[in-house]
Design a protein around this ligand. Structure first.
Ligand SMILES: [Zn+2]
Length: 466
């Protein structure tokens, strides 16, 4: 079954390639969530449609249920826009018409639907497994969804969350688990040799774990609440400890586990004080990284210029923006081109079908801007967009394999072809003319480009910044 799935569904799929080929932890991920989860959460990005079964495959982008809801009326494998409305339910048809297709046919590709950029991640796979109420998950864990939400939202590194999740699922390689799988001969704790080593013993019950807890503020409560199994002990702790304390408690569990492994694999007995220090350091440094990051951003913004600035001599600046009107599935694109003396040399609007999501339309606005500047010969140019996500994608600072990829590929082709083109992100307040034009574009029927002789309503918008 697994081989069939792989051959049938995961061939040519970059996220599966990456995980299967190069990521050793894929095996346990598979055990954790099963291929079923991956199968349920992946969706085809349509390239030419050849690999996609119209009524059976996952290919409709929507929050849940990625297969068409419609009953089969269409001959398989023939999706054309004019037959969509006749052959699909209204809900399906609306979604299908919004799917962005490549400008020329490409291979279909499976992507992970529950990630913004189409890439599989442990967290998102886990979250999906919760939503699907996977039966093995429900039977092996007493933790309610809200408990897990709390753990996932904690300010601790991902690796510790995953450790905790595995511990709660009884998936740690404790002596007892290894013994049950016949990997070792004895279920006894390799450190104290007094009891069988399950998760509770390794992290709380063992005298070596206890040495660590004794040095923390949680020792008394831990002693009082110890329940003989790990999950209920932590649940009880969770009732009385603050969120920050729980973060430290979980990090301490992780640190005890690391120190146990150090003993088992390297024969080193770590000082308990070091284990305590490691937990505190990991939580502390994580908080420090998280908090200043946001402060730096706002500082930078306040230090930098406050308004739009003209481009250097000989360059043109192309500001672009998109506006969406979901009620009738339309989007407006706005473009304004100014020279180094801040004089408007061109303005353009386009009314288009709203496809993909807002970011896709922001990417489309960049493409429209490039087109206008190229056709009017205002080169070289600096393009400014207030969508940071799209600018990051266009500049290859991030990658995405969802449908926005087609739009980004077109932008990058133009960049290569035209040479002297730069793209940068600006705050919304620097992009007011383009924004005004994009909103105005919603009232237009198709597109319009002006090189002067601006209509009054456009002229009004062009003077916002001056
Ligand atoms: Zn022990």
């Amino acid at each position: 079954m697994a081989r069939v799935l792989k051959a049938k569904y995961f061939k040519n799929s970059s996220f599966m390639d990456a995980k299967l080929g190069s990521n050793p932890s894929f095996v346990w991920r598979s055990i954790l969530w099963g291929r079923q989860i991956i199968h349920k959460g992946s969706r085809w990005r349509i390239g030419n449609g050849e690999q996609v079964y119209v009524y059976k495959s996952n290919w409709i982008p929507r929050p849940e249920n990625l297969k068409p809801l419609s009953i089969q009326t269409l001959h398989p494998n023939s999706v054309k826009e004019d037959v969509i409305s006749q052959n699909f339910s209204e809900e399906d048809a609306a979604r299908i018409k919004r799917i962005i297709l490549p400008s020329s046919p490409q291979l279909d590709q499976l992507i992970w639907h529950f990630d913004k950029h189409g890439n599989y991640s442990i967290k998102s796979g886990y979250q999906l497994s919760l939503r699907l109420k996977s039966p093995d998950l429900a039977s092996s864990s007493d933790l309610s969804k809200t408990h897990w939400k709390i753990i996932w939202s904690m300010e601790i590194p991902e690796k510790i969350k995953i450790f905790m999740w595995r511990a709660a699922q009884n998936m740690l390689s404790t002596a007892y688990n290894l013994w049950r799988r016949k990997a070792i001969k004895e279920p006894m704790c390799g450190r104290c040799s007094k009891e069988k080593e399950d998760g509770f013993h390794a992290l709380i019950g063992c005298k070596y774990a206890n040495k660590v807890w004794k040095l923390t503020d949680f020792h008394q409560n831990m002693k009082m609440l110890a329940q003989q199994d790990l999950l209920s002990t932590l649940q009880e702790m969770g009732k009385i400890a603050s969120r920050k304390d729980m973060e430290l408690i979980i990090a301490t569990c992780w640190s005890i586990w690391s120190s146990k492994n150090l003993f088992i694999f390297k024969g080193k007995e770590e000082d308990a004080q070091i284990s305590v220090g490691r937990a505190a350091a990991v939580v502390e440094s994580y908080r420090r990284i998280k908090i200043p990051a946001t402060q730096t951003v706002s500082q930078n913004q306040s230090n930098n210029q406050q308004t739009w600035l003209p481009p250097p001599n000989g360059w043109y600046k192309v500001n672009v923006d998109a506006a969406i009107r979901p009620s009738n599935q339309t989007a407006g694109l706005g473009v304004v081109i100014r020279d180094s003396r801040a004089k408007v040399v061109a303005a353009a609007v386009q009314n288009t079908i709203y496809k993909g999501d807002v970011e896709c339309m922001e990417a489309e606005a960049i493409n429209f801007g490039i087109q206008v500047a190229q056709s009017t010969n205002f080169l070289p140019m600096i393009i400014e967009s207030n969508s940071k996500g799209v600018v990051d994608l266009a500049c290859n600072r991030k990658g995405s394999i969802t449908e926005i990829f087609w739009k980004i590929a077109t932008i990058q082709d133009s960049l290569k072809r035209l040479g002297r083109v730069q793209i940068q992100h600006v705050p919304r307040s620097f992009n007011r003319i383009a924004h005004g034009l994009a909103k105005k574009a919603l009232e237009y029927v198709s597109s319009a480009v002006w090189l002067g002789n601006y209509p009054d309503e456009i002229l009004l918008l062009l003077t916002i910044d001056s």
